[in-house]
Design a protein around this ligand. Structure first.
Ligand code: C5P
Length: 231
């Protein structure tokens, strides 16, 4: 049985491979993430096919960042695809523009706080204020939620901290970097199990390689779902 707390990242290069994977996953998965890597490979057509023809939920991970008018226009255009989730960077002016652009649609805007690939040295290189990276992440989450984001993307290590923010009441927390017990980490460094991520306050977890690289992806998806706490 599927469980929409699991979002499978379709990190394959094109729509043909994406649909093939979705076929193999079948009823086991009801929610998919399409990212920038698929943009030139038919990502929007795939989003449309999954949503309109197959009744799946779709998360388009575009991590938009630009001047307000451009973000608003981009979100307005993308919202026509009837997306469930769309990501933008968590800078308040970007989030405000995105919230304006999605008006009248059901698309939820999720804000990226601090990319989990960045460490303090990267923040220094980017001229981001001094301080602990977790504190900065937390503050960015609070500001993005204040600016009108429907939720945030967070590492599982930060889920509990963000869930405790007053601003996070009723908002979504979506965590990548989730690994079922005993699976390979890939390049993810700060991981948690599906059980831990949901228990710490995540509404959805995003899992990619442990599912789409598996010999039997549907079975791998079921294994993740079986690790979730009871609803
Ligand atoms: O294969 P894996 O499970 O590591 O894939 C995780 C997905 O979540 C990928 O699509 C990756 O780009 C995305 N992601 C992430 N960490 C973030 C934001 C997004 O791993 N901080």
């Amino acid at each position: 049985m599927s469980d929409d707390r699991l979002i499978v990242a379709l990190d394959v290069p094109n729509i043909v491979m994406g649909l093939d994977l979705a076929d193999r996953l079948g009823e086991a998965v009801s929610f998919y993430k399409i990212g920038l890597g698929m943009l030139t490979g038919g990502g929007l057509a795939l989003a449309n096919e999954l949503k309109q023809e197959r009744g799946k939920r779709v998360f388009l991970d575009m991590k938009l960042f630009d001047i307000g008018a451009t973000v608003e226009a981009a979100v307005k255009g993308l919202a026509q695809y009837d997306l469930d989730f769309l990501t933008v960077h968590g800078d308040p002016q970007v989030v405000r523009a995105a919230a304006e652009g999605r008006k009248g649609s059901a698309t939820k805007i999720l804000a990226v706080t601090v990319l989990t690939s960045l460490d303090r040295a990267d923040l220094d290189a980017n001229l981001i204020v001094p301080g602990d990276i977790h504190e900065i992440t937390l503050e960015r989450a609070a500001r993005a939620l204040d600016a009108g984001a429907d939720g945030v993307i967070a590492s599982p290590q930060e889920a509990a901290m963000i869930r405790a923010l007053p601003q996070a009441a009723g908002k979504l927390i979506v965590t990548p970097g989730v690994r079922p017990a005993g699976s390979a980490l890939g390049d993810q460094k700060r991981v948690a199990t599906p059980y831990q991520a949901i228990t710490d306050g995540a509404d959805h977890v995003v899992v990619g390689r442990p599912i789409w690289k598996a010999e039997n992806p549907a079975q791998a998806a079921q294994a993740v779902i079986s690790e979730f706490p009871a609803r």
